[in-house]
Design a binder for this molecule. Structure first.
Ligand SMILES: [Zn+2]
Length: 324
């Protein structure tokens, strides 16, 4: 309850302020706690007649890039990071989750880490509350389109109590990724047990509501699948098209906006087929730099919307203007 302002207590407040220097009061000593949070983290834009929103699931704390890209010459890798004013000894990766409302359907692309595990950082698992902050009801999602079945992309299909986070949604995923990551035999690998167990926990409850993702298959009108295997056996990107505008959701084709655009050939330890991952990056880089299609990239700097261009023999990331 606020104190009632009267002429008398205004007078007393003024007297107290006047006396403050005598009492040793200094504004700089006020010990307000650091808030360590941000404005509601979403970004909204249009793709033709569709409304798109990027919502963050929170930052991932990942291994150092020198470990993730082990065949990259170390001096070249750290030199590129330093030249781009990025740390060389640690890597924090955004999770930019795309949601598209076509006017007829709401499609969520990937789910973030969920609320079950902090294995990749304490501030993950923000997707559902941030969707609500962006005005999107999780119950309004018609389709969850999964680019691939890694933990930061499918672990919020259910919450920590095994309830569906998106109760009215079908789930579009490549059958090959679903089958691979739900294999019971993978549980025998003790090092990967949690990883596989929780992936099964998320995928098995939606097995009766799957949409099989295939090359060129329409997920809903205006959204089709594009195979980009390598990172996982069934990794797919999604092409969103409306009124002559196009956006390609790349998922994890590229994990880093400088290193893997400049050196798509560097093998990534997170790729299940490292040679195929590199081949997919080269192919997509050539196409995207030539045609300038706007892309959404899950781990690029927030909000991960931009185009790829060539600057001489280098490929560079051009973030889209946020306010057009
Ligand atoms: Zn990822």
């Amino acid at each position: 309850m606020l104190p009632t302002i009267t002429r008398r207590n205004l007078h007393l407040a003024g007297a107290a302020m006047a006396a403050a220097p005598l009492l040793g009061w200094r504004a700089a000593d006020a010990a307000a706690p650091f808030l360590n949070n941000q404005a509601p983290p979403f970004h909204r834009f249009r793709v033709g007649g569709f409304e798109a929103t990027i919502v963050t699931d929170g930052p991932l704390v990942l291994p150092a890039l020198t470990d993730v890209l082990p065949d990259a010459p170390r001096a070249t890798l750290t030199g590129l990071l330093a030249a781009n004013r990025m740390p060389t000894d640690r890597w924090t990766g955004p999770q930019n989750v795309l949601i598209v409302n076509t006017g007829r359907h709401v499609v969520l692309f990937d789910t973030g880490m969920g609320d079950r595990s902090k294995v990749l950082g304490d501030n993950v698992g923000q997707l559902v509350p941030n969707m609500r902050a962006a005005g999107i009801d999780p119950a309004s999602v018609d389709v969850v389109a999964i680019t691939h079945a890694h933990i930061d992309h499918c672990w919020a299909l259910v919450d920590r109590n095994d309830r569906l986070n998106f109760p009215n949604a079908r789930v579009a995923i490549a059958q090959s990724d679903f089958d691979f990551w739900t294999q019971e035999s993978l549980l025998a690998n003790r090092a990967a047990f949690d990883f596989v167990q929780f992936t099964r926990t998320n995928l098995l409850p939606v097995r009766d509501r799957l949409i099989a993702v295939r090359d060129g298959a329409e997920i809903v009108p205006g959204i089709t699948a594009m195979p980009t295997a390598g990172h996982t056996v069934g990794h797919h990107s999604f092409v969103i098209e409306s009124e002559g505008r196009r956006l390609i959701n790349l998922g994890d084709v590229f994990h880093h906006h400088v290193l893997l655009l400049r050196h798509p050939e560097w093998h990534n330890i997170f790729d299940s087929d490292r040679a195929a991952g590199a081949a997919t990056r080269r192919r997509m880089l050539d196409t995207l730099a030539r045609d300038g299609t706007q892309v959404a990239s899950y781990h690029f700097p927030w909000p991960g919307i931009g185009t790829i261009a060539r600057d001489g023999d280098r490929a560079v990331w051009l973030p889209s203007p946020l306010f057009e």
